[in-house]
Structure formats: C-alpha cells, structure tokens
Design a protein around this ligand. Structure first.
Ligand code: FAD
Length: 296
C-alpha cells in the first residue's frame, strides 16, 4: 500500500513515543508537518477504511504490546510553533501554539515574557494538544479557541464556548487538534519566573521522575487522592512483571525496565480490586490506551 505523502511509514515502535517506554508497532505511523498534509493523510485513511489514533508526547498513553492496527498520527515539527498575537501593551497575552509544542517550551517562554499563572503547568510533560485533550492541570481555563481536524479531514475552529472542560477531561468530537489559542494575564517576568521556579521544585520533590511512567495511573476520586488510597491499601512497591507501584508516589506505576502493557494493565486491575475491597471506591484510569479500548 502507498500513501500520498512520505510522512507515513510502516511499523513504527510506539515504545519510542510513550514515556512508559512500552508499546509494539503502529501498523502505519504518520508525522505530517502541515494541516494540508494532515488532511490528505486522514482522507486517504478514511478512503481505505483504516482506523486512526493519535499520540502527542505519549506521557499519558499506554500502547499495546502487540501494536496498534491502522494509522497512528503524531504531529510533526511544523506543529511546534508559538506566536504571541496580542499587542505588547495589552493586559492579557494571547498566544497561538501548534498542538505539538512541548508544554515546557510554553512554560519557559512564560517565565521570560511574564505570562501569568503558568506555574500550574510547570514540569508538566507532553505537548499542548495532549494537555488540552486531558485538560491536564486545568489548562482548559486558559483556552480561547482550538483548531481540530476530524478524522474525515474536515477542519473546524471551536471557541471556548463550544468546549466543555472537566477534571482531566475535555469533551471533544474525534479528531486531531492542530493549534490552540491560550490567554494569560500579564505579570512582571521576574514574578512569573519565581512562581514557575517554586512549582518546579515542589514537583521534583513530590513526583516520581526517575523511572519511566505515565504520571498518575488513576484519577482522584471525589474528596480524596487515589495515591492515598493505594498507599493505605498497602500497595506501594506492589509489582507484576516489571511494572511496579512507585515507592515514592503510590499513584504512579513505573517501568522497572522490561514492563509490558499487559504487566501494567494487570497491576492496574489488581490495584482497582484491592482499593474497592478496602474502601468501596472504584478507581477510574487516568492513563489512556491507544488504538483499542480495554475495559478495566
Ligand atoms: C512524570 C509525569 C508527570 C505527570 N504529571 C501530571 C500532572 O501533574 N498533571 C496532569 O494533569 N498530568 C500529568 N501527567 C500526565 C501527562 O503528562 C498529561 O496528561 C499531558 O498533558 C499529556 O500530554 P501528551 O502530549 O503527552 O498526551 P498523550 O499521552 O500523547 O495523549 C493523551 C491523549 O490525548 C490524545 N491526543 C494527544 N495529542 C492530541 C492532539 N493533538 N489532538 C487530539 N488528540 C490528541 C491522545 O490520543 C490521548 O488520548 C504526567 C505524566 C508524567 C509522565
């Protein structure tokens, strides 16, 4: 089979695109560099009846060991742009980011430019598009509009009134976000820098950053922390294969070296069972499977 662009290649290992370092091959893997290229690739996939999935920074993603059927889209370099579009003397900075921009690049520029309140995103791995899909760290409150390309290749612009953000979730029709406009109050750059520096140091002291993971495995249930329940159930250090509940942060599952997707899923099931038995609480996964739905 041939694709209209050489941005598509077969059998790309997804372990190279996930922070867990887990995942078999994508049957097809596309890295388009422009919206036009993306639209062409999606139209071709639709014409051929090939299922499409998306990976951004892969920092909240679990990929199956046996790989993913169909096309996995990973936005290329052309989607890492960032432009401040508001006048220099405006009280609010409006910033247009390509969806593949690293969230930490945005934070770095905020510290230099005096874009306020970005300390909430300090140290958040992954890309801006992935952060919007996950409403990671409540990024939704800054979002003014997005551009999203549906899997049939239709390009749509949505304003914040058309988006619904909730805890670690944004309601969106299936598609690929290509750019995001964010608004931040302007503050003195020295103040932005100091707040971001403090947030970094708190994150470094509280999170598990030495071993591969996808951050928190489960969402916090109402009124309590998932990590606290997992810890109180005595599960810190619990291990299946090379997947282990972090000793440092009980809601992180880490890859000790050779963990498989099945190891992680089995450990997640074990955690869910134990927490349900002990506390009657059903933990909902925060980590997302790519390619196929697996019921936990
Ligand atoms: C060490 C560590 C610490 C973390 N700390 C936090 C934290 O403090 N708070 C927090 O909220 N999260 C945290 N996370 C989770 C993760 O970093 C965030 O959810 C992040 O914003 C995901 O971005 P990503 O680009 O890696 O998304 P991915 O993992 O690539 O994708 C996440 C979801 O978004 C979809 N997606 C990605 N890009 C696009 C796009 N352009 N268009 C459409 N769909 C897309 C994917 O299909 C998937 O469903 C942490 C993760 C790690 C590894």
């Amino acid at each position: 089979m041939t694709w209209p662009h050489d941005c598509t290649r077969p059998l790309e290992r997804l372990a190279n695109h996930t922070s867990f370092r887990i995942g078999g091959p994508a049957e097809w893997f596309a890295e388009p560099s422009s919206v036009d290229e993306l639209v062409e690739v999606l139209r071709e996939a639709a014409r051929l009846g090939i299922p499409v999935s998306v990976v951004g920074g892969g920092t909240n993603t679990l990929a199956p060991d046996r790989g993913v059927h169909g096309l996995v889209v990973h936005l290329g370099r052309g989607f890492r742009t960032i432009d401040e579009v508001s006048p220099a003397d405006a009280p609010t900075a409006h910033v247009v980011c390509g969806a593949a921009l690293l969230t930490q690049r945005l934070v770095y520029l905020a510290a230099k430019s005096g874009w306020g309140e970005l300390e909430t995103l300090a140290g958040l791995p992954g890309q801006v598009g992935g952060a919007v899909v996950m409403n990671a760290q409540g990024i939704g409150r800054f979002v003014q509009r997005i551009t999203i390309v549906s899997f049939d290749g239709t390009v749509r612009r949505l304003t914040r009134e058309q988006l619904r953000f909730s805890y670690r979730y944004t309601a969106l029709d299936p598609g690929i976000i290509t750019d995001v406009t964010l608004a931040f109050p302007k503050v003195e750059p020295s103040e932005a820098y100091e707040r971001i520096r403090k947030a970094f140091s708190y994150r470094n002291s509280s999170q598990e950053l030495r071993l591969p993971s996808a951050g928190c495995a489960f969402k916090n249930p109402p009124g309590t922390g998932a990590g606290r329940l997992i810890d109180q159930a005595g599960l810190k250090g619990a291990r299946i294969g090379d997947a282990q509940v972090s000793q440092r942060h009980a809601n992180f599952i880490v890859n000790l070296g050779q963990a498989t997707c099945d190891d992680v899923l089995s450990l997640m099931e074990h955690i869910q069972r134990r927490v349900r038995q002990e506390f009657g609480v059903v933990l909902e996964p925060e980590v997302r499977m790519i390619g196929e739905r697996v019921e936990l």
